[in-house]
Design a protein around this ligand. Structure first.
Ligand code: SD4
Length: 336
């Protein structure tokens, strides 16, 4: 039974939460120029553009998100997502994705093979099953049943990179990332292009998704943060949304995206919320974060956006207003 003191405390907290929601709503009515879409990593400008086609016609954020993320999943140049994603150490491309809508609906697929659009399968898990997560063969069987085609996702380029890695077969994902990125962008430490995308539609509704092929040359069956609700992605339509990129093991440890959304709930700006998530991770793990990159992006209900990364080198892109593309470098905790 709840005693009087607890009851009073409870009601004060509830009143506080209601006031905050009212303030956020009032603010959103005043300031938001909707719609908006924001994604991790600059190359995902093209994904934002595809999402915009739906958002600018007053479409739902969830539809825009799926369409946007599909662009990156189909791009063979992006070796961290979908078609052309780097395989695990056995040469298998295994994909992870999740999606959340404005109603608290969520769906996820983990370690799915031979299906080019895991984000769409995740959406169907959300909409057509009583479950939230399907993994591996179960996810694949469900996808086939829903009409998806079996496709080979290992491109000649990714196969070549994998074969080169096989020569040493040194299983050190962090080293691998560094090595890969050195080839593409000398001097930079990370090889992440995982897409995390958040959008708010003209009705002020938020949705998000995250899609990745995970860590290159990972162990068979390894799953990172990206398809885990609360880690790689979290959306609360009353408060805001956040998504992550980088070394998933570290993001999972602090429920990174959920942490960001909860900080916004208690009044932090999106950038502050992302920074708090990074700092929490750093405090916990500072001796284990060598060469790792982790970045968060977030948006709140009033349409403010922000980002923060563990290290220099994380960027993000958004589209707002009349369809203007903006690319920004995130602020960070550690200089390279
Ligand atoms: C993972 N977070 O599987 C993903 C990897 C990533 O850009 O974000 N790469 O850990």
């Amino acid at each position: 039974m709840i005693n009087r003191r607890k009851f009073l405390r409870h009601s004060v907290l509830s009143t506080g939460a209601i006031l905050l929601a009212q303030q956020l709503n009032a603010k959103s009515k005043l300031e938001v120029k909707l719609p908006l879409v924001i994604s991790t990593w600059a190359p995902n400008v093209k994904a934002n553009k595809a999402a915009w086609e739906i958002l600018s016609k007053s479409g739902r954020a969830i539809d825009a998100i799926e369409k946007g993320v599909m662009v990156t999943e189909a791009d063979p140049e992006d070796t961290s997502v979908g078609y052309g994603g780097l395989p695990d150490r056995d040469g298998r491309v295994t994909l992870d994705a999740c999606i959340m809508d404005e109603l608290g609906g969520c769906g996820s697929v983990m370690c799915i093979e031979n299906i080019i659009h895991p984000v769409s399968v995740a959406r169907l898990v959300m909409e057509k099953t009583p479950h939230v997560v399907l993994v591996g063969e179960g996810a694949y069987a469900f996808a086939l049943q829903q009409g998806f085609k079996k496709e080979n996702l290992l491109t000649p380029n990714s196969e070549k990179i994998w074969k080169e890695w096989l020569k040493s077969s040194k299983y050190n994902p962090m080293e691998t990332m560094k090595h890969m990125k050195e080839k593409r962008a000398p001097g930079s430490i990370d090889n992440h292009d995982t897409i995390g995308m958040l959008a708010m539609d003209v009705n002020g509704n938020l949705s998000g998704a995250c899609s990745t092929s995970g860590m290159a040359f990972k162990m068979k069956g390894r799953v990172g943060d990206s398809p885990i609700i609360g880690a790689g992605l979290f959306v609360d339509n009353e408060v805001g949304a956040a998504t992550a990129t980088g070394v998933g093991e570290e993001v999972i440890r602090i429920c990174g995206s959920h942490t960001g959304v909860e900080e916004m709930r208690y009044g932090k700006s999106p950038r502050e919320a992302c920074q708090i998530a990074v700092e929490r991770m750093y405090k916990l793990r500072k001796n284990n974060l060598n060469d790792m990159q982790i970045g968060f992006i977030a948006v709140n209900k009033s349409g403010e956006m922000g980002a923060f990364a563990l290290r220099e080198g994380f960027n993000y892109c958004y589209r707002i207003g009349e369809g203007v593309d903006v690319v920004k470098d995130a602020e960070f905790l550690l200089k390279n």
